[in-house]
Design a protein. Sequence first.
Length: 142
Amino acid sequence: PATRAIPSKRKFKHISSTLQLHSLHWLKIKERINYKIISLTYSALQSGKPNYLRDLITLQSTRSTRSGSLITLSRPPASKLKISNRSFYYMAPVLWNSLPAHLRQPAPPSSDNSGQNNTLALSRNKFLSQLKTYLFKFSHPP
């Protein structure tokens, strides 16, 4: 006989009320997709890899505004095709530019003159942790 993961529930009882995604700290589907796109964008910006994704995103030139010091991506023109507007090429800049400022801060200029001034201030683990917390607020508003 198969063992049951949740022994207190009946076999055909709907499980969503039991799981309570909020208490498990799980993101809903839309936020999980956004999390994946933003994490791939972070990797492409930070390390330049994978190359095929890095080639799809373009950094916007800095402006003399409050947000001018943030890493911002150029948005491609919107297409009339709905599927094109859901591609990584289009969605990565839209999602990235909607992030709060503390997630898009560039690293301070290094003294070794490596020329990598477009890297982000947050490490990968810290960025992903703060990103999940940010997206969790949309999945489960207070």
